[in-house]
Design a protein around this ligand. Structure first.
Ligand SMILES: *[C@@H]1O[C@H](CO)[C@@H](O)[C@H](O)[C@H]1NC(C)=O
Ligand SMILES: *[C@@H]1O[C@H](CO)[C@@H](O)[C@H](O)[C@H]1NC(C)=O
Ligand SMILES: *[C@@H]1O[C@H](CO)[C@@H](O)[C@H](O)[C@H]1NC(C)=O
Length: 448
């Protein structure tokens, strides 16, 4: 028995150790799919950096039939990186739906393609609101491109049109004259209306899309996409907080471009990897509670107009640890079909100041009974979504809990008392005035 217990401790200790060692907040198993075993050399820098950060990297040929994303009902990996754009069939006949299921189950996905992308990649990206240009088209820029000596390569474009999302990008990319990122590959149309998709890098004003030179021009080679409508790298965050990055270039992950001097490539690729593999901008709710202000207790159900306190603790993961999450826009809602109350919570001192931030609000419940939902629905671009819901009953007052007199009803009280007084006065007048008038009448009759 004791041996068994110590084994359990060992296993638990091991699990805890591996959790603290991993850089990602959600898991450290990464599957990297490359076209050929040799091609892993091209991406050795990215793979080495993942190794260094404590990821458990599995490198596999995309067509290897022993590759699968799920083992029965469980994900076999926490993250998948597809660097094999021409592959039509992945692993053991993996379908687009298998990858969608992987993301639905919380797996993170990086899809990198080139101008020779297969229909599989096209269909997969379309699921996330990204529509790639026709096969064989390249993003071209005759002005902003890679210049070496007096030669310039118009197919390696240099763009610094970033979407300003501090949760995803390092501060160096936010300024106007940020170092450009060299990009060689195909552009895409992004769904600008999707609240889940962020076009992280788009073309500059002079960038457009064209069929690769030397290819026959039978296909319509004019594209409406140019400038900022030509997406180059987009990122997507699913409702379940899984993250997806879609790049029209496998080359940005290659050693050749990462090493290019005067470019932001190294930092940019690092930002994409860290964000997508949940190493930063990960939010979580540590705890939340609500109770009566007067007693400090949480009753089974509240009464209308009760004063309550609502508190929620939030943490953000970055740099390998959980930190307090600071914001001034955390809102509380009390909802019954429509929100009855929406209040911005105030930051207060939390019990654990090192890793969590507490938000608190004094709430006066509505003058309305029914089943309410107390909700904190916090969704900000680039950050994990937080959606906390509690169902609470708000009951009417009991018959003996109403106030005896309502100030608003004083005119009515006055009215009824005035009525009583008036009635009594009338009765008195009636009773005491009847006698003299009778005598007078009799006297009158006699005199006649
Ligand atoms: C496929 O993957 C398995 C397990 O990872 C490995 O043993 C095998 O050598 C791979 N096959 C090929 C053709 O790469
Ligand atoms: C670049 O310019 C130098 C002279 O400035 C010339 O000698 C060299 O041939 C040129 N290289 C190319 C690739 O045009
Ligand atoms: C937040 O603090 C301000 C100032 O102290 C206060 O007026 C406001 O009611 C507080 N908000 C909530 C929801 O308690």
């Amino acid at each position: 028995m004791r041996v068994f217990a110590s084994c359990v401790y060992l296993v638990l200790g091991g699990a805890l150790l591996s959790i603290t060692e991993a850089k990602s907040a959600t898991g450290d198993r990464v599957l990297v799919l490359v076209p050929k075993a040799e091609s892993s050399k091209e991406y050795s820098q990215v793979i080495a950096s993942l190794d260094k950060r404590g990821f458990d990297v599995t490198l596999a040929q995309a067509t290897n039939t022993s590759v699968s994303l799920h083992n029965y009902d469980r994900r076999s990996y926490d993250h998948a990186i597809l660097l094999s754009p021409t592959t039509k069939k992945f692993g053991a006949a993996l379908t687009v739906n298998d990858f969608i299921r992987f993301v639905d189950d919380g797996g993170n996905l990086i899809v990198a393609v080139s101008s020779e992308l297969s229909d599989f990649h096209r269909k997969l990206s379309a699921q996330f609101g990204v529509e790639f240009e026709k096969r064989g088209m390249l993003a071209i820029d005759h002005i902003n491109n890679l210049k070496e000596g007096n030669a310039s390569d118009h197919t390696v474009i240099a763009s610094n049109r970033f979407t300003d999302i501090p949760a995803v990008l390092s501060p160096q990319f936010v300024k106007a004259d940020a170092d450009p990122v060299y990009f060689k590959g195909i552009g895409h149309k992004y769904d600008a209306k999707s609240p889940f998709l962020i076009p992280l890098l788009a073309g500059k004003r002079t960038t457009y899309s064209r069929l690769e030179s030397g290819k026959s021009n039978t296909a319509q080679d004019d594209s409406s996409l140019s400038g900022s409508s030509l997406g180059l790298v987009s990122v997507f965050q699913a409702r379940g907080n899984a993250r997806v990055a879609i790049s029209g270039s496998t080359d940005i992950f290659s050693n050749a471009l990462i090493k290019k001097g005067g470019s932001g490539n190294h930092r940019f690729v690092d930002d994409i990897l860290q964000w997508t593999l949940q190493e930063k901008a990960v939010l979580r709710e540590v705890g939340h509670r609500h109770y009566l202000t007067s007693t400090g207790e949480q009753p089974e159900h509240y009464r209308i107009n009760n004063e309550i306190l609502y508190e929620i603790d939030l943490s953000e993961y970055h740099n390998n640890a959980w930190h307090p999450y600071s914001a001034n826009d955390v809102q509380f809602e009390a909802i019954m079909l429509d929100p009855y109350i929406r209040a911005t919570l105030n930051r207060t001192q939390s019990a654990d100041t090192k890793s969590t931030a507490a938000y608190r609000g004094n709430i006066k419940l509505p003058d309305r009974y029914g089943t309410f939902t107390f909700r904190v629905n916090y969704k900000r671009t680039g950050l994990s979504n937080i959606d906390i819901k509690d169902t609470v009953g708000i009951w009417p007052l009991r018959h003996d809990e109403y106030p005896r007199f309502l100030s608003a009803a004083y005119p009515y009280y006055a009215g009824s008392f005035a009525m009583v007084v008036g009635f009594l006065a009338l009765c008195m007048a009636w009773l005491w005035n009847a006698e003299p008038s009778k005598k007078k009448n009799a006297a009158k009759a006699k005199s006649e």
